[in-house]
Design a protein around this ligand. Structure first.
Ligand code: SAH
Length: 336
């Protein structure tokens, strides 16, 4: 057991329990601080790590929007939870082909993990890295990106006991953790996610801009227990490895949308990741890459395209939603 897990277990035993939100927040802070969890050798793989096409299409999405907004300069490109910096690297390669974009764009990363911030600094040396949304400089238009960021933010759970909703907490049972009270009828909410969605929306409403949120989750507000832990590409018990497994939960897009709308943003989507990437031209992009490739590389492009868009892979469970300032044009990739 790690020192973090031991300390957390002791605290849970001494205090009589903590909320699911507290558990998730603290476990993930320890988890993301320790090392690089992404990629084949890590615990899980994300869309930008599957293929350069993902970041490149988002780069084209950014460039198109910036151009139709009248090429504001400066413009801030803000990425929340940028992982290894791969998405931004691929996006910038494409967006910078547009004259004037490179000179106008200021890159800001919002990242809490020192380990990942180091990788981001190496990948995108010109980026300014801050630890929270509040530290993102205000006053200029911004285009924000968040891929698999919201799913890592803490959720609260409630469990139905004798027809009353009670907070679901985590208590210690000797050396094991368990949920309390017991019960199978569970609902979730996430003030932490709503708060950040509202803050991002308020920022773009005030200074102009847009935000693209891509994540896995619900587009129609279903509920139930969706807390999950992944370690070395396998699902594990969310209570078994605090600080050494990635804890996430389905993103409730209805809740994010409501928070952003209250702050004055316009909403596009959510649409499926397959719908979004197809509409941005992933088919043509894949074909172009295949034309230049040998047999093995062609196979890799086809496999990547399938993983990103097939309904039984990431295509349907993952969704894209955009927020825009009323003064900005609507973004590409969503039905009009
Ligand atoms: N977007 C990347 C990484 C996704 S993993 C990709 O698609 O590959 C989640 C990312 O969010 C990591 O970079 C993690 O360190 C970061 N993160 C998690 N909680 C955070 C928080 N509260 N504030 C800022 N970043 C956070």
């Amino acid at each position: 057991m790690t020192a973090f897990a031991r300390a957390l277990m002791r605290e849970i035993a001494e205090t009589g329990g903590i909320g699911v939100d507290d558990y998730m927040r603290r476990s993930n802070a320890a988890y993301y601080a320790q090392a690089d969890p992404l990629g084949g050798a890590g615990d899980f793989v994300t869309a930008p790590e599957i293929s350069q096409m993902f970041g490149e299409l988002i780069g084209a999405w950014i460039a198109d929007l910036w151009q139709r907004a009248g090429t504001p300069a400066p413009v801030q490109l803000v990425e929340y939870g940028p992982g290894r910096g791969t998405l931004m690297t691929d996006a910038l390669r494409v967006a910078r082909r547009l004259p004037g974009f490179a000179a106008a764009a200021q890159i800001v990363f919002v990242e809490t993990s020192p380990a990942l911030a180091n990788l981001q600094r190496a990948a995108v040396p010109e980026a300014t890295i801050v630890a929270a949304h509040d530290e993102v400089p205000a006053g200029v238009p911004s285009i924000a990106i968040a891929n698999e960021f919201f799913d890592a933010l803490a959720i609260e759970q409630q469990v139905l006991v004798d027809e009353t909703w009670k907070e679901r907490r985590i208590v210690a049972n000797g050396d094991l953790l368990r949920f309390d009270p017991a019960g199978d009828t569970i609902r979730e909410c996430s003030p932490a996610r709503g708060e950040i969605a509202a803050a991002i929306a308020a920022r773009i409403v005030d200074y102009g801009g847009a935000a693209l949120i891509v994540d896995y989750g619900y587009a129609n507000g279903e509920t139930g227990d969706t807390l999950q832990a992944i370690r070395r590409h396998e699902y594990v018990d969310p209570l078994a490895h605090p600080g050494t497994a990635d804890l996430t939960a389905h993103v409730d897009f209805v809740a994010l949308e409501a928070a952003a709308r209250r702050a004055g943003a316009r909403i596009s989507g959510p649409v499926s990741q397959a719908g979004f990437l197809t509409s941005l031209g992933i088919g043509a992009r894949a074909e172009m890459l295949m034309q230049r490739a040998d047999g093995t590389q062609r196979e890799a492009v086809a496999t990547a395209m399938r993983r990103l868009t097939a309904p039984d892979q990431m295509g349907a469970l993952f969704k894209a939603m955009a927020l825009t300032a009323p003064s900005w044009p609507l973004p590409a990739g969503f039905p009009a």
